[in-house]
Design a protein around this ligand. Structure first.
Ligand code: ADE
Length: 268
């Protein structure tokens, strides 16, 4: 599904809808570069080191938050998400990062807001259907509809005002422990997922892992990925340049708008 950035009126979402008193919203970034700028905006900032990671506590636009970096890959991201939930009283997680384009019409610079996630490299067949996560009976892990709507509106607003003519899409994102970087490889991945009934818009390396951890804990989860490359032969060069020059600006603008909208309601 593609949504045009028509800049709806500034939305208002009460954080209380997602956070109970004493809980924090986690802002998870895939890479340190993507987190740059967000930390500077924290009020009452405090840094805690745990499990080799830095967790930044504070208030962002009045909302109690914890910021951290997932690191790369599904294992690192799951550990980070589980730690956020178990140690930092997190009531909901918002994930920002970059991804390679998979879907038709998805271009570098566009943003994909996740509706749900699949692990494209998980295959326990013939014991289970390809991609199915054993013990869950399904391959797709959905994001929270309300939190994703708030994120979508923040993205639409940012793209229309700060990053035109980029477009926003909403749909399935595929995660796997592989940086997809070849024309033949990306074509094969896109065709396989489509044939199997999973037409993913973007490919990255962490989102599905965090979705599974959030599902285990019944935690609202929303995620967005800015498209940094086409997962083709030049993906590694496009990715590095994009992350350094663009990704942190997107993350900062969109998270500021999201937290601004969430911060309008009663404070938890
Ligand atoms: N993140 C950004 N670009 C990616 C790609 N091409 N493959 C996997 N993860 C990515």
């Amino acid at each position: 599904m593609t949504v045009l950035p028509h800049a709806p009126p500034a939305p208002r979402h009460a954080p209380a809808a997602f956070l109970r008193p004493g809980q924090r919203l986690a802002i998870l970034s895939a890479l340190v570069d993507e987190q740059r700028g967000l930390i500077d905006q924290l009020q009452e900032r405090q840094r805690i080191e745990h499990a080799g990671r830095h967790f930044w506590l504070g208030r962002f636009q009045g909302v109690p938050v914890v910021l951290t970096v997932s690191r790369i890959g599904k294992v690192s991201a799951s550990l980070t998400a589980a730690t956020l939930i178990e140690r930092f009283a997190v009531g909901a997680i918002v994930f920002t990062g970059v991804a390679g384009a998979l879907g038709d019409g998805v271009q570098v610079g566009d943003v994909v807001v996740a509706q749900d996630f699949i692990q494209h490299d998980l295959d326990v067949s013939p014991l289970f259907a390809r991609y199915e996560v054993p013990a869950y009976g399904r391959a797709r892990f959905a994001c929270d509809a309300g939190l994703s709507q708030a994120l979508l509106q923040a993205v639409q607003h940012s793209l229309a005002h700060d990053f035109a003519p980029a477009r926003v899409h909403q749909g399935l994102i595929a995660s796997g422990d592989r940086f997809v970087s070849g024309q033949a490889e990306v074509r094969a991945l896109r065709e396989r997922l489509q044939q199997d009934g999973y037409p993913a818009l973007a490919v990255e390396m962490e989102g599905a892992a965090v979705a599974q951890v959030c599902a285990d804990h019944g935690l609202p989860y929303a995620a967005m990925r800015t498209i940094s490359d086409r997962a083709d032969d030049s993906a590694h060069r496009d990715f590095a340049q994009f992350v350094e020059q663009v990704a942190s600006r997107y993350a900062q603008a969109i998270i500021t708008r999201l937290l601004d909208s969430l911060g309008q309601g009663p404070r938890p």
